[in-house]
Ligand binder design. Structure first.
Ligand code: SAM
Length: 220
């Protein structure tokens, strides 16, 4: 059993070495990573690796992303604290917890019911009440709670799903990994003069987005 003090120290090292050390210096972002207990979102067998610099399995063939990638995608949303955000791909619930420290309201949708239920339980246990977990195919977004100031997809799509653009608020950002398994890149989309415009960030490797606007099994 690792003490809370030791876990806080591991988190601080993660923040300093993996996030700040790679150039992300916004204090609100760094504080979110200092306070969210990542070890609560990883399976028991991986507790020793909870704060390491790599992704970990969470069951159902899915992963909790590397801390730096969670931080970079959050940074790319440019949140100031008053936003409504949609996450597509709840997984463990860790990214949703980080987002909930950075925005006013978070909706997060997960296609695997077992993962959605577990994430909702962990988030409720940690009193993250302004995060709502929904079970279902989120590849076309979640129109009932739109518009969103930020939409983040945490699985790799063939391309930015077209229905998401209509769910973005004025000035909102859509952040996602796009492309096949061998050549994915992080993309940041914003609507400018009524037209979606894309800026590319870094190459990444994510599990595939499934569902209507995702990859069919075997195609990715
Ligand atoms: N953000 C997660 C976290 O913090 O643990 C990691 C997400 S994991 C890399 C990608 C997740 O996307 C998986 O849990 C997967 O089941 C989910 N997913 C894939 N396709 C989906 C879809 N169409 N709708 C909702 N979730 C989907």
């Amino acid at each position: 059993m690792i003490s809370e003090e030791a876990q806080a120290l591991e988190r601080e090292l993660m923040v300093v070495q993996q996030i700040k050390g790679r150039g992300l210096t916004d204090e609100r972002l760094l504080n979110a990573f200092r306070v969210v207990p990542r070890h609560r979102f990883v399976p028991e067998g991986y507790l020793d690796s909870a704060y390491e610099d790599f992704p970990l399995p969470i069951g159902q063939g899915q992963t909790i992303s590397q801390p730096y990638i969670v931080a970079l995608m959050t940074h790319l949303l440019r949140l100031t604290g008053n936003e409504t955000v949609l996450e597509i791909g709840t997984g463990s619930g860790y990214q949703a917890a980080i987002l909930s420290r950075m925005a006013r309201q978070v909706y997060s949708i997960e296609i695997h019911p077992e993962l959605a239920q577990h994430a909702a339980e962990v988030l409720a246990d940690l009193n993250y009440f302004h995060v709502e977990i929904i079970t279902g195919d989120g590849s076309g977004g979640l129109p009932e709670h739109a518009p969103y100031n930020g939409i983040i997809i945490t699985a790799s799509a063939p391309e930015a799903p077209p229905p998401l653009f209509a769910q973005l608020a004025e000035g909102g950002r859509l952040v996602l990994p796009a492309g096949p398994r061998s050549s994915q890149e992080l993309e940041v989309w914003q609507i400018q003069d009524g037209v979606p415009k894309c800026k590319k960030s870094i190459p990444v490797v994510f599990v595939p987005l499934r569902g209507e606007y995702g990859w069919k099994v075997g195609e990715e």
